[in-house]
Design a protein around this ligand. Structure first.
Ligand code: PRP
Length: 215
């Protein structure tokens, strides 16, 4: 049987993906403590590539990976040519505009300075509403309004603790985000049955996992 290659986003989503795979009986081969980047499940002929979240769709779009587990935030930002096959309904976060309390988002003619790791999402969201000046950062964006680099930030909020620790609040909720399974377009066509079987197993694992978390 041909290997099914799956890119998994390391970090935030990794543990939950591993739990779902384990519940689905798909083995527990990804060792997050290891520096290895490829893990093989010989029994099921699945090879996992553990990569940065922003790189998952690149591996899948190119066909190096058939499938990927990644956050919807990354998909919205990158607009890669891949199929989105399943909402895993975990890793839920919101996209929010955040800043100091009472900061005005609508500033009329004056541009609103926004620091973010998500320039496309931010531009799309504000384009018909408010002139903006984007300040692209790679992380720790909460710092920007504190030091006067920006008026607000656009970022993911999960628990809200990073905002709180820095004296910031949500000014506006933009959209809800969760983890998704994506597929390479060619793989989906030519390995359709195999991918469908994998998705069915993941769906089972997801249901068992959701049940366990409730109990
Ligand atoms: C994300 C996000 C926020 C934080 C939100 O950053 O960009 O900073 O997590 O999570 P919370 O609401 O649970 O506090 P990440 O941890 O990925 O690191 P980064 O800031 O370096 O991008």
């Amino acid at each position: 049987m041909k290997w099914l290659i799956i890119a998994v986003a390391k970090g935030r989503l990794e543990d939950e993906v591993k739990k779902i795979l384990a519940q689905a009986g798909l083995g527990n081969v990804i060792d997050s403590d290891s520096r290895k980047l490829i893990f093989e499940d010989d029994k099921n002929r699945i090879r996992y590539l553990v990569v940065k979240p922003v790189d998952v769709a690149t591996y899948v779009e190119s066909g190096v990976a058939d499938l990927g587990f990644v956050g919807k935030d990354v998909l919205l930002e990158q607009e890669k040519d891949v199929y989105e096959l399943m909402d895993l309904e975990f890793g839920k976060c919101i996209f929010a505009a955040a800043g100091f309390p009472n900061t005005l988002i609508d500033k009329g003619e004056e541009p609103l300075r926004i620091a973010t790791k998500y320039p496309n999402i931010t531009t799309n969201y504000f384009q018909d509403r408010q002139k903006i000046e984007l300040i692209y950062l790679n992380g720790s964006v909460e710092l920007a309004p504190i030091v006067g680099l920006s008026d607000i930030i656009v970022d993911l909020v999960e628990t809200g603790s990073t905002l709180k620790a820095n004296g910031l609040v949500i000014l506006e909720e933009m959209m809800t985000i969760s983890a998704r399974v994506i597929s390479n377009r060619v793989s989906y066509r030519f390995q359709h049955d195999r991918i469908q079987q994998f998705l069915d197993e993941v769906k089972k694992g997801k249901m068992v996992y959701a049940g366990n978390s409730i109990n």
